[in-house]
Design a protein around this ligand. Structure first.
Ligand code: IDP
Ligand code: MG
Length: 139
């Protein structure tokens, strides 16, 4: 059993893709163990993406991530970190496999609809950024 953090980014929420994304998780047998909607401040977005602070796209990315509501979820299941990354598709939607969320819905390398943790250590850190243990319901 593994956990990962998923985010439906401001573009996904704005374009009415919450249900579409969740439908894909559930269809893949992934359980949702926690979920909420919120809007990050610029500072909070910078904290979340601190690992990218030196990248040329950091300022634009954190502006985008704080521009509107997001849906954050803890996903749970066997091998869920990798499974979620496969459902998401590559960072650059032009390189994402057909049928992935990003191939189907992303409009830009930055506006790529979803976030997913990339490893167990980052998943633990990212889940703790948004949720306390009391807010996570394992099944
Ligand atoms: P990931 O979301 O697939 O894990 P990361 O490399 O961790 O990709 O980058 C975090 C986010 O930063 C991406 O999802 C995307 O929104 C944005 N991003 C990544 N690379 C670029 C870029 O070259 N230009 C603009 N935005 C980028
Ligand atoms: Mg990443």
């Amino acid at each position: 059993m593994e956990r990962t953090l998923s985010i439906i980014k401001p573009d996904g929420v704005e374009r009415g893709l919450i249900g579409e994304v969740i439908k894909r998780f559930e269809a893949a047998g992934i359980r949702i163990a926690a979920m909420k909607m919120l809007q990050l401040t610029k500072k909070e977005a910078e904290g979340f993406y601190a690992v990218h602070a030196s990248k040329p796209f950091f300022n634009s990315l954190t502006d985008f991530m704080s521009s509107g509501p997001i849906v954050v979820m803890v996903l749970e299941g066997e091998d869920v970190i990798q499974k979620n990354r496969e459902l998401m598709g590559a960072t650059n939607y032009k390189e994402a496999k057909p049928g992935t969320i990003r191939a189907d819905f992303a409009t830009d390398i930055e506006r790529n609809v979803v976030h997913g943790s990339d490893a167990p250590e980052t998943a633990a850190k990212e889940i703790a950024y948004f949720f306390s243990n009391l807010e996570i319901v394992s099944r």
